[in-house]
Design a protein around this ligand. Structure first.
Ligand code: ATP
Ligand code: MG
Length: 582
């Protein structure tokens, strides 16, 4: 990422950020009004100081009790305005961030399936949870600073012009010089901030990897290896952070130095003017106090660029996620909630991006309604890819898929996916209770829940849990065994009561008794559900109405178990090999 790209992208980024603030603009307007009120009190301070220096020393001047009254009163007003401003500001920002997060999650939920295979899970977490919060913090600090210091600075500047416009004009010579130096420093800071953010993301992904793959790491005894890999990334992060910090640390001394040069020059001229024109100590005290207050405000303001740049870099990352290709949902046809359930694949070809060989190579298959169809074949033959296409997560490069004679491309994704209940090869569970995992996103029905649990041979186990079906299963079911997780996923599929059931290696982790129980439960639905079963353990699919043997994305042979054995082809060889193992 070049710094120039960031500079040119910044207006667009802030405009888009602004879209999230716009609905809450009244909060922003009131915030500004409150701080305008607070800033208006600012010029009163040099006025008071000048007054104290000028007339305060005279014997018959104002009574002394007026000083605390006026000063306390002044700060009371400022305090009230300041509090109101801060409250309103945070009201606006927290609401905007909530909308921002919602938009990010919305994008995540509609993301094209292809992106998920490329994206590290840590990236999504970081972009939705951490980034909006961080942008809030950074922009919030800057906004606060502008309102709290910038507005009084403007008020003070106006007051300085009113006091002595020639001198004020002279002091402004310092400003362009300061701006030039700041611009140079900021350019470097931008570059560093973006690098530092990118390397931080690497660190997030690394740690996320470590936390998820801890079993693998320990099992390989790879602690030292992982420690080294982590240290390398951490080192890079540290280096980049230090560079950013160095650039930021340079910003303040540099601007202060420029300010000091300017200030000494201005005081000299002021005194020279006072001596020449014979103006008293009151005017001098007032002007210098006002000028010092102004520079102290400006000094705070000089730190604005770094956090804003950092926020812009982070926001850009968030917008990249929002702009990532969405899943295409071009279909318009709505199927009834329960389709008949007949699936036909015609000459389907699928090549994953970047893959040399097609995963599915002109495959034609039929899954008759109400029948059990089994898919077998070597690992990588393309079985899961068929499921991927049936569910509309990807599109075939060529060929068509028909559901009840309708091209699935013309169906809305929602109405297509409603027809399927799937137990996928990699079980995904939510960090929620057993019941909520089973009745996922569906109305809860206790009788159905029990039936699903019994069918998945999980009922007895759930009874032993401390809180029964309300027991939490941990992140992705970490508190369950492999087989229990699989049975929970089966129960979820059974609960859904869709016309087409797909079991991709769904019983691979089950003991024989559990597997038989699940098979019996499925058999009870025979004739009413279209069942697609993928299994490596061939005993599982013996009784299927049809068995299709796949190899390298092509159909090798089809038939019932008896027919395929009689044929003595690939299937018979697989059966013999498994019998030999047993
Ligand atoms: N997201 C993906 N991106 C790129 N290639 C993929 C992707 N998913 C699968 N493939 C490739 O497509 C081919 C078919 O994979 P698929 O998952 O369909 O095999 P499978 O028959 O289900 O194997 P297994 O029995 O091991 O589950 C494989 O060569 C695999 O490497
Ligand atoms: Mg598979």
């Amino acid at each position: 990422m070049s710094p120039d790209a960031n500079v040119s992208a910044s207006p667009a980024v802030s405009r888009r950020l602004g879209q999230f603030v716009y609905p809450h603009r009244w909060g922003a307007v009131l915030t500004v009004l409150a701080y305008v009120g607070a800033a208006a009190t600012e010029p009163m301070i040099p006025k008071l100081i000048g007054y104290a220096f000028g007339e305060g020393f005279a014997k018959d001047a104002f009574p002394l009790w007026m000083i605390p009254v006026v000063l306390i009163g002044l700060y009371l007003i400022r305090g009230v305005f300041g509090f109101a401003g801060q409250y309103l500001f945070n009201w606006t920002v927290t609401r905007s961030v909530m909308d921002f997060r919602a938009a990010l999650v919305n994008a995540l939920l509609r993301l094209d399936a292809q992106i998920y295979t490329r994206m590290q899970p840590g990236t999504a977490v970081s972009k939705v949870v951490n980034d909006p919060q961080q942008i809030l913090q950074l922009v919030g600090d800057v906004g606060m600073s502008i309102l709290r210091d910038g507005l009084p600075a403007i008020a003070m500047l106006a007051y300085l012009f009113y006091l002595n416009w020639q001198l004020t004009l002279l002091s402004l010579i310092v400003t362009p010089l300061m701006a030039f130096i700041m611009k140079k420093v900021n350019q470097r800071m931008r570059l560093m901030a973006s690098r530092s953010y990118d390397s931080q993301l690497l660190l997030v992904n690394k740690v996320d990897d470590l936390a998820r793959a801890w079993r693998v790491v320990r099992q390989f005894g790879a602690e030292a290896y992982e420690r080294q890999r982590f240290a390398d990334v951490a080192h890079e992060v540290r280096r980049n952070n230090l560079k950013t910090a160095t650039a930021a640390a340079l910003a303040q001394p540099l601007s202060q130095l420029v300010a000091a040069v300017g200030l000494s020059f201005i005081i000299c001229v002021t005194l020279w003017q006072a001596r020449a024109e014979g103006t008293g100590v009151q005017a001098f005290a007032e002007f210098v106090t006002a000028l010092l207050l102004l520079t102290s405000r400006l000094r705070h303001l000089s730190d604005l660029a770094a956090p804003l740049t950092r926020a812009a870099v982070i926001a850009k990352g968030c917008f990249e996620l929002m702009d990532a290709p969405k899943e295409v949902d071009g279909g318009t046809v709505e199927l009834p909630a329960h389709a008949h359930g007949e699936l036909v694949m015609q000459e389907v070809r699928l090549t994953y991006p970047g893959a040399a060989q097609p995963a599915l190579d002109g495959l034609s298959l039929a899954f008759p309604a109400g029948r059990t169809t089994a898919l077998v074949g070597a690992s990588g033959a393309g079985k899961s890819s068929i499921i991927h296409l049936l569910l509309g997560f990807g599109r075939p490069d060529a060929g068509r898929i028909l559901l009840d004679g309708i091209d699935t491309e013309t169906l809305t994704r929602l109405s297509l996916r409603r027809q399927f209940a799937v137990v996928s090869q990699d079980i995904v569970l939510f960090d929620d209770s057993v019941a909520n995992n089973i009745a996922y996103a569906q109305p809860r029905d206790e009788a159905r829940l029990e039936a699903a649990l019994r069918a998945a041979h999980l009922w007895d186990f759930v009874q032993t849990l401390p809180e029964g079906v309300e027991t939490a299963v941990g992140a992705n079911g970490s508190k369950l065994s492999g087989g229990q997780r699989q049975r929970l996923a089966i129960a979820r599929a059974l609960y859904k009561d869709a016309p087409i059931w797909i079991f991709d290696e769904a019983t691979s982790a089950l003991d024989t008794e559990s597997e038989r129980a699940v098979q019996q439960a499925l058999a009870a639905w025979s004739g009413r559900k279209t069942l697609i079963v993928i299994a490596h353990r061939l005993s599982t699919i013996r009784d299927a109405d049809a068995i299709h043997v796949l190899g390298a994305g092509q159909l090798l042979e089809s038939g019932t178990h008896a027919e395929l054995i009689a044929r003595d082809g690939a299937y018979a060889a697989m059966v013999r090999a498994q019998a030999g193992e047993a």
